[in-house]
Design a protein around this ligand. Structure first.
Ligand code: ATP
Ligand code: MG
Length: 221
């Protein structure tokens, strides 16, 4: 199964989602590879830092340009291929969507982030002409932990107008532990932070439960 993490906007949490999802999937004994398609090399650097920890290594390859064939090939060797894209409508995003099973779009609960959804949906719609299995999914990230701030509810209302996107019920809150994990090559679930561990499990298990049959059916095809 190929999961592409993409957005038109930078800094929304794509690499954080990619690395934390990879750690959780590896802990569930899935063979997982991250494909870092962003020349910033955030995920690739993270995987490098991870080599210096006691944690099991996670494969990460850098790949730029046309991704379609590379992803299809990796998909025969791994249970899950996670593609971490740069924050723009790049060639990597467009060609990756031709092979992906799911595109996950992280959004902070901010109107400027949400305003990028229609142009992402246009790119996804075009890809679907060639790749009808593609599913579009969105997750809210860096949400304020203060429940009195209504931004999350406003974002949910915004998504209600786009039924072609599955907005996950579970969200990532804004927690320092994600930045700590990022800089040490770890996933938040490896840092003994109960709240972050619970939410990473909740988000990732929600993704798995929606798309599980495909994940199980895909390895080695
Ligand atoms: N849930 C969170 N809580 C706190 N900080 C977060 C969270 N998610 C991401 N961050 C931090 O926000 C910054 C941007 O996140 P990240 O690098 O994952 O975004 P990105 O979409 O991959 O960015 P880019 O478009 O530049 O590749 C990083 O410093 C990251 O550690
Ligand atoms: Mg990134």
């Amino acid at each position: 199964m190929i999961i592409l993490v993409g957005s038109e906007k930078g800094g929304v949490g794509k690499s954080t989602l990619s690395t934390n999802f990879a750690v959780l999937l590896a802990s569930l004994k899935k063979d997982v590879v991250i494909v870092d398609t962003d020349r910033q090399s955030t995920s690739a650097n993270w995987a490098q830092y991870r080599e210096e920890t006691e944690q099991p290594r996670i494969d990460c390859i850098r790949q730029y340009g046309n991704l379609t064939k590379t992803l299809e090939s990796l998909n025969t060797r791994y249970n899950i291929v996670i593609v971490d894209c740069q924050g723009s409508i790049s060639k990597e995003l467009q060609t990756g969507l031709l092979a992906a099973d799911i595109v996950i779009m992280p959004f902070r609960p901010s109107q400027w982030d949400l305003d990028t959804l229609p142009s992402m949906l246009e790119v996804i719609e075009t890809a679907k002409n060639f790749n009808s299995k593609l599913n579009a999914c969105a997750v809210m990230t860096m949400c304020p932990t203060n429940s009195r701030i209504g931004e999350l509810e406003e974002a949910r209302e915004f998504f209600a107008a786009y039924p072609e996107v599955t907005l996950l019920k579970n969200v990532f809150f804004d927690r320092k532990v994600y930045r700590d994990a990022a800089s040490s090559g770890l996933g938040a679930i490896e840092l003994n932070n109960d709240k972050a561990t619970a939410e990473v499990h909740d988000v990732c298990k929600e993704i798995i439960s929606i798309y599980l049959s495909k994940i199980e059916g895909n390895h080695g095809e």
